[in-house]
Design a protein around this ligand. Structure first.
Ligand SMILES: Nc1ncnc2c1ncn2[C@@H]1O[C@H](COP(=O)(O)OP(=O)(O)OP(=O)(O)O)[C@@H](O)[C@H]1O
Length: 333
């Protein structure tokens, strides 16, 4: 993979496994990806491909007793000092990760109530985050919280600051969660299916909001989704994941217009197209995702691949087929 000191986050050959009663789940099995300051990376793939576990590995949010980062590096550049640290090697309960999580790297989720507590006002929660990480006085933190609620497009922010989350609509709650996430000015926002639960109009508003906040606060966004429409709307670069690995990555135009991996091609063919005949509209990828306890040897996609060949039984390396366009497929090896 490309090596460059200017990366904000660089994950190299990360392996994160779960140890269950039924066996080992190799949820993340050699993932490499990088995010530059200020860019948006879209990470796509079917359910169970390991997208969320990759993000949770970065923030060290995994269950300590049943999971382990068994290999790899997660290098992150600190906001104030530009020093690089390896998050794969920090104490998951220590002060260092706490000073990064929710501060330099913030995360938003599909369901806002994952981060908003129902028992405190919206303002109280944002103020606490600001005071914890920035050491502001109560008065300053309250004003910053109001400013942030305004910045995410919530009207009457000075009243809303004292409301409980259940008094807000779904779209307002999503905005409040974004306000909380951005209140400490993170250099990286991880958004895990941030709009999946919202109706299409609100979804578009939230994506627009994230795009404008990214410019305003000069942060990078890592958006995790199975919705390629969201990726087309948001991402500068795209990484496609299948069974715990990145199988293709490149800039968004290349991935949409010249996909190389048969899995990426299949994902793109499964998006409804405007104006296409109904009967030709959707071409779902045949077969189903393999059982996580029995991932095929060699290329994990070979059991579903239309281009299957004998040499797919061997593992394909990740190759840079043109500058910045990487693919892990025997067809190109
Ligand atoms: N706590 C856990 N214990 C055991 N296995 C887990 C745990 N969390 C996730 N997994 C497994 O890890 C694999 C990757 O899951 P992950 O949630 O990262 O997928 P995903 O690509 O984010 O999917 P989705 O889009 O559905 O969220 C799956 O096989 C999942 O069952």
């Amino acid at each position: 993979m490309e090596k460059n000191n200017q990366k904000l986050l660089q994950i190299d050959e990360l392996k994160t496994y779960f140890y269950t009663l039924d066996g080992v789940v190799r949820a993340v099995d050699g993932v490499s990806l990088a995010i530059k300051p200020g860019e948006t990376l879209g990470l796509v793939g079917e359910s169970g491909s390991g997208k969320s576990v990759t993000a949770h590995s970065v923030l060290r949010l995994l269950p300590p007793k049943t999971s382990k980062i068994v290999q790899g590096q997660i290098r992150f550049r600190r906001r104030d000092t530009s020093a690089e640290i390896d998050l794969a090697n920090v104490d998951p309960h220590g002060d260092l990760i706490r000073s990064i999580r929710g501060n330099e790297i913030a995360m938003i989720f599909q369901e806002p109530m994952t981060s908003l507590s129902p028992v405190f006002t919206v303002g109280h929660q944002i103020i606490e985050a600001i005071r914890l990480h920035q050491g502001s006085s109560a008065q300053e933190a309250r004003q910053k919280a109001i400013d942030m609620l305004q910045a995410v497009g919530l009207g009457m922010a000075d009243q809303l600051v004292d409301e409980y989350p259940h008094r807000l609509s779904g779209g307002q709650r999503q905005r409040a969660m974004i306000a909380m996430a951005l209140s400490c000015r993170p250099s990286l926002l991880i958004a895990d299916e941030p709009t999946t639960a919202l109706d299409v109009t609100v979804q578009a508003q939230i994506l627009d909001l994230m795009n404008s906040l990214k410019e305003r606060f000069n942060m990078a966004i890592w958006i995790i989704t199975h919705n390629l429409g969201v990726v087309a709307e948001m991402a500068d670069r795209v990484a496609v994941m299948y069974m715990g690995r990145v199988v293709e990555s490149g800039d968004v135009r290349t991935i949409f217009h010249q996909p190389l991996h048969p899995y990426t091609v299949g994902l793109l063919q499964s998006i409804p197209k405007m104006g296409a005949q109904i009967k030709n509209r959707l071409a779902p990828i045949p077969g189903s995702v393999p059982d996580p306890f029995s991932i095929p040897a060699g290329c994990a996609f070979r059991t579903r691949c239309p281009a299957i060949a004998a040499h797919c039984q061997a593992e394909a390396p990740m190759l840079e087929v043109e500058p910045g366009h990487y693919v892990r497929c025997c067809l190109y090896a």
